[in-house]
Design a protein around this ligand. Structure first.
Ligand code: CS2
Ligand code: MG
Length: 419
């Protein structure tokens, strides 16, 4: 078979994976898992598999189990490698495995782009847009603080703004944890999970009131929403959908857990607010039933969780004819490399919706130079070949892994609820 011209031009007859390094680094409060795939021609790619609270599980899987099987393979053959990693292990799927596969897949696409001299999105079919709509995280201890922080985000140009508020008496309120809760300080000192109290009823009663208050004091010229963090039952979520109807949110995020797709129909029946779900999904088989069933409007399953760029692009393609758009997960515990992967998929698809993004601390951006910049409510993606993000290994080595867990919540009766 005659080699494609670009290979001949580059004088690279056939790349081979020569070395794979797994890097765990904790430059700020959050550890990140990065894989670096180096080819025999020196071209390398980076990918991210950070799984908050389970970082070493992903890193060990990458380093001890997956990496040895890839040495000598052609890094351009990302489809074949994806299938080998997913089905070749016999035991397939799950959040740890799919995060590791995602990291490898992102790095292979980074190599592909560098070899082709193109940003990954141009290999995926892009550009479908010039910039990527994003949103701000805001919230506070009370409604007044929520108004202040939302107005500040609006002043910074955000067109879409999330708000979370401390539910009175509920130190386990998502996104507005009570910083003065002694249990929070203790858990941080001991590096063990914080277990905050949380009840659905006060949350279901409070959030519509917060949305009404924000509409009154911030206005209707921003789109807003809040994250229920998968904490409700289908009936509770349907009731909340009914009660938020008048505030015309861009969507309700994660009303219920992703485990039982048919339950989403019951949620949908509660109202017309669009629904976004999927940040904790790690399998196409969790989100596809909801897409086909038309019970959701946005998929949050980012490349970093669902198995990489290859998989995310396929799922987005199935979402397109069903009018389901992307709203990829991307808070501070997705690093700059994972954020870049999401952005490259987003730039290449017709059904992009929005991308979650939080500005990483300066030291994180020094350890993992980003590919994204923020501008007036949108993200601009670098046109550098590959992903456009990177890792500074020497600097990363100065910040070894530090144990840190996601919070958990318990009901008032002490029973375990979730996060
Ligand atoms: C949240 C996340 O950003 C979101 O939508 O759901 O902050 C989530 O709690 C963390 O990413 C979990 O690691
Ligand atoms: Mg969320």
């Amino acid at each position: 078979m005659d080699m494609p011209r670009s290979y001949r031009t580059l004088g690279i007859p056939n790349l081979k994976i020569q070395e794979i390094r797994t890097i765990v680094t904790c430059p700020d409060k959050q550890s990140f898992v990065v894989v670096k795939i180096i080819t025999d021609e020196g071209v390398y790619g980076v990918g991210e598999g950070t799984k908050n609270g389970r970082e070493l599980a992903v890193a060990t899987l990458l380093d001890k189990h997956l990496a040895p099987t890839l040495i000598g393979r052609d890094p351009i053959a990302s489809e074949d490698i994806w299938k080998f990693l997913y089905k070749g292990a016999y035991w397939r799927g799950g959040p740890i495995e799919m995060a590791a596969i995602a990291a490898i897949d992102m790095a292979l696409w980074d190599i592909k782009g560098k070899v082709a001299g193109l940003p990954v999105y141009k290999l995926l079919g892009g550009p479908t847009r010039k910039k990527l709509l994003t949103y701000a995280h805001t919230g506070g201890r009370d409604f007044a603080e929520c108004v202040d922080t939302m107005l500040a985000a609006k002043a910074r140009g955000f067109k879409v703004i999330r708000s979370q508020v401390q539910i009175p008496g509920m130190p386990g309120s998502y996104g507005a944890e009570d910083k003065n809760d002694p249990d929070l300080a203790r858990s941080q000192a001991e590096r063990l999970p914080y277990e905050g109290a949380w009840e659905p009823e006060p949350f279901i009663r409070t959030m519509p009131k917060l949305m009404a208050h924000l509409r009154t004091h911030v206005g209707w010229d921003v789109q807003m929403f809040f994250d229920a963090h998968g904490r409700l039952t289908p009936s509770e979520a349907a009731r909340l959908m009914h009660d938020i109807e008048d505030y015309k949110l861009i969507y309700l995020e994660d009303p219920i857990g992703p485990e039982h797709a048919p339950s989403m129909r019951r949620v949908r029946a509660g109202g017309t607010t669009p629904i976004a779900i999927g940040e904790i999904m790690s399998s196409r088989f969790e989100v596809l039933p909801m897409i086909i069933d038309q019970s959701i409007d946005y998929m949050r399953c980012s490349p970093q969780h669902i198995g990489g760029i290859t998989e995310a692009k396929k799922i987005a393609a199935i979402g397109e004819p069903h009018d389901v758009r992307t709203a990829y997960h991307g808070p501070g515990d997705i690093g700059t490399i994972g954020a870049a992967a999401s952005a490259h998929v987003g730039m290449s698809i017709p059904n992009y919706g929005i991308q979650e993004w939080t500005p990483h601390p300066e030291i994180v951006r020094e350890v993992m130079p980003p590919a994204l910049t923020y501008d007036d409510g949108y993200l601009m993606l670098s046109d550098a070949p590959g992903l456009g993000a990177d890792i500074n290994e020497e600097l990363a080595a100065r910040f070894p892994y530090q144990r840190k867990y996601l919070p958990a919540t318990r009901r008032a009766d002490g029973s375990m609820h979730g996060y």
